[in-house]
Write a protein that binds this ligand. Structure first.
Ligand SMILES: [Zn+2]
Length: 443
């Protein structure tokens, strides 16, 4: 895979090297997002990018430590509907833009997200497959970025929803099969299609289908050839039912969902990313050059969108202890760049709050942005929880987010794969630091 990217080997990595040896995060409370409980007053050891111990025993004197001071330790956030390269307003998109410029715009968004505590993202359409370029650059150690799972370019029909957004364009079974295989050959981890219109373009409807069942089957076929899956931008129930029959496993937005479709989605155990931000943030849209028509339309769709997601919740949420049972896996994804500031937080966190408005408990909303999202992006058992052996993708909050999700609004510490990418924790008090030095000296 990634055959189109040639990596020179003579460039010296600029990124700081990983921490050598073991680093201890001491005096914290570990939030178990799977069990919905808190393990109090523990010390967490990190080495070689992974969590190596969670223990009540104090680290050996002289160990390297970061004092969490009774704060809460959670897995890094995973945001699963991201567009890093998007241009606002959409009409300003230049499909012939220099790919270098596209990648730099996307990289700045990726780094904002990482700094905000989003340690993994799933991109579901990027101009010039910018996220796959950033992933390569990050793997080489040239840049800091969240861990990236990407769809490359979304595949749209001629004149369909993605028209003008630098998508891949195709028609018919053979056209979609070729377009899908092209994205996969370029390194895409999944495939993204538009099965209906959206709400951002005048004259477009999200109720009518924009792909034929055989076009959907072509994309599913290509995904299955690579052990992958398809996710669909989906406005309404009728198109979703066709996509369910074609084998599409992921659904984005779901502006208008009826009970019968929601029930079938639960029976087929699909993944649903509501992106409630899209219809609930008129001020943010106004600040980002959306037209008054677009803002009005989004706001109009908002109440129906929320009701639709409430119907999905009522149809049954997948359970972490029994992922094989019927139920929809609800996920946190924003459509906007996830590290963008909004209403005194960032959109990745605001979306998790919106999910509680749709009926998820704080615990379920946390899972939507951590452990359940890890399952979607192929990182189950690797990330999405604070457990021994998992990647040390970690964030810190002052308060317990299980009792109040707004605790996520302040994330003073971010670690990715054992590297500290943000540390705004207050410095240890001089007395405490002196005590630690003394302890170290008498070992
Ligand atoms: Zn999107």
């Amino acid at each position: 895979m990634r055959k189109d990217i040639t990596v020179p080997t003579t460039i010296t990595p600029r990124r700081p090297a990983p921490i050598d040896g073991t680093l201890w995060l001491t005096g914290g409370h570990v939030v178990d997002v799977l069990g919905g409980t808190v393990r109090r007053d523990v010390n967490v050891a990190v080495a070689d990018g992974r969590i190596t111990a969670i223990t009540g025993t104090a680290p050996a004197p002289g160990s390297r430590t970061v004092d969490l001071g009774g704060r809460y330790l959670l897995p890094g956030l995973i945001s699963v509907h991201t567009h890093l390269s998007v241009v606002y307003p959409f009409s300003a998109t230049d499909e012939d833009e220099n790919p270098g410029l596209t990648a730099m715009r996307a990289l700045s968004r990726a780094q904002d997200a990482l700094h905000a505590g989003v340690t993994t993202i799933r991109c579901v359409h990027e101009q010039h497959r910018a996220e796959l370029l950033i992933r390569t650059a990050a793997e080489q150690g040239w840049v800091d970025a969240p861990r990236i799972v990407g769809a490359g370019r979304a595949i749209s029909t001629t004149g369909g929803h993605g028209h003008g957004s630098a998508c891949s364009y195709a028609d018919g079974f053979d056209g979609f099969l070729h377009a899908a295989r092209t994205e996969l050959a370029a390194g895409a981890d999944l495939l993204k299609i538009f099965i209906t219109g959206g709400i951002a373009h005048e004259g477009e409807s999200f109720t009518g289908a924009q792909m034929t069942p055989e076009e959907m089957r072509a994309v599913v076929r290509a995904a299955e050839e690579h052990g992958s899956y398809v996710t669909a931008h989906a406005g309404s129930g009728s198109a979703i039912r066709e996509a369910l029959a074609a084998g599409v496993r992921g659904y984005e937005h779901a502006y208008e969902l009826d009970d019968a479709t929601a029930k079938e989605m639960a029976e087929r155990r699909v993944f649903l990313t509501p992106t409630l931000c899209v219809t609930r943030c008129p001020d943010w849209m106004a600040e980002h050059s959306f037209s008054s028509w677009q803002i009005e339309r989004a706001t109009q769709v908002g109440p129906g969108h929320l009701d639709s997601i409430r119907r999905a919740v009522a149809a049954g949420i997948a359970r972490p202890d029994d992922p094989g049972a019927p139920g929809i896996t609800m996920l946190a994804g924003t459509d906007y760049p996830p590290g963008e500031p909004i209403e005194d937080t960032v959109v990745a966190v605001r979306e998790m709050e919106f999910l509680t408005d749709a009926g998820l408990s704080p615990e379920q909303a946390l899972r939507a942005g951590t452990s359940d999202a890890a399952r979607l992006v192929g990182l189950a058992g690797q990330a999405g929880a604070v457990e021994e052996g998992l990647l040390a993708d970690l964030i810190v909050t002052d308060r317990d987010p299980l009792s109040d999700l707004s605790a996520l609004r302040r994330i003073p510490f971010v670690m990715q794969a054992g590297r500290i990418v943000r540390d705004d924790l207050p410095a240890a008090a001089p007395a405490a630091a002196a005590a630690q030095t003394r302890t170290g000296g008498t070992a």
